[in-house]
Design a protein around this ligand. Structure first.
Ligand code: PGA
Length: 255
């Protein structure tokens, strides 16, 4: 099964509108000839529309970093899936470990956000991954199975096939410590097995599984060469247009 790689930049709480526009001015020409990968920029919400406008008539798409599952109502500070789409997002990151850690998101919340996003046609990038304690206690597979099982509960086979799942070991995020290509492949293979058991082998083989956690230009190609690694979700190294363009270049098939 040929899966189109996904290279997604998670800018987290970085960049003003002017900084985001300066990034796209340098980055977009560098990836103008990339037709064999999906490139996604996830700016903070305040720069989402500016990034969307800059990416118009390119193949680069915009993502939101979060979503609320209700359609509308008295939920001060929250933004619905339809509103994100209205602002230009075509993807949305859900369940990032920073949201799980600092904002107490659990798999039930992830599941609600997933349902709401799919219902309006946003493509979710769902983040899962174990902590260092869990890895050292040999619980990685159990944790991933639980996050997949509860987080994706109720999704149809077709919806699972269209999903992007980011495996982001918490100990590798922002630490400079990357999972080895073998560790990433082992986790991705296990996630695909879980998806296959929960839905169908066909849906599991269509779902894109991307790796996140200290991805840099230097390690991108070894990670993406793994058979079950279909791209990357990049934090720190995506803030610089040259560095993210290099990651894109190194992560494409046959690179
Ligand atoms: P990092 O972040 O690349 O800075 O480790 C990845 C992420 O949090 O998505």
């Amino acid at each position: 099964m040929m899966r189109t790689p996904v290279l997604a930049a998670n800018w987290k709480m970085h960049k003003t509108v002017a900084e985001a526009t300066a990034f796209t001015a340098i980055f977009l020409p560098k990836v103008a000839d990339v037709t064999d990968a999906e490139i996604v920029l996830a700016p903070p919400l305040t720069a989402l529309t500016a990034v969307t406008v800059a990416c118009r008539s390119t193949r680069v798409a915009a993502a939101a970093q979060n979503v609320y599952w209700k359609r509308h109502g008295a939920f001060t500070g929250e933004v619905s899936a339809a509103m994100l789409q209205d602002a230009g997002a075509s993807y949305v990151i859900i369940g990032h470990s920073e949201r799980r850690q600092f904002f107490r998101e659990d798999d039930t919340i992830v599941n609600r956000k997933l349902r709401a996003s799919i219902d309006v046609g946003l493509i979710p990038i769902v983040c899962i991954g174990e902590t260092l304690d869990q890895r050292e206690a040999h619980e990685t597979h159990t944790v991933l199975a639980r996050q997949v099982g509860s987080g994706l509960n109720g999704l149809t086979t077709a919806e699972v096939g269209a999903l992007i799942i980011a495996y982001e070991p918490v100990w590798a995020i922002g630490t400079g410590r990357t999972a080895t290509p073998d560790q990433a492949q082992d986790a991705h293979y296990h996630i695909r097995e879980c998806l296959s058991a929960a839905t169908s082998a066909e849906a599991a083989s269509r779902c894109r599984l991307i790796y996140g956690g200290s991805v840099k230009p230097e390690n991108a190609s070894a990670l993406s060469a793994q058979p079950d690694v279909d791209g990357a979700l990049v934090g720190g190294a995506s803030l610089d247009p040259q560095s993210f363009a290099a990651i894109v270049a190194h992560s494409r098939p046959g690179q």
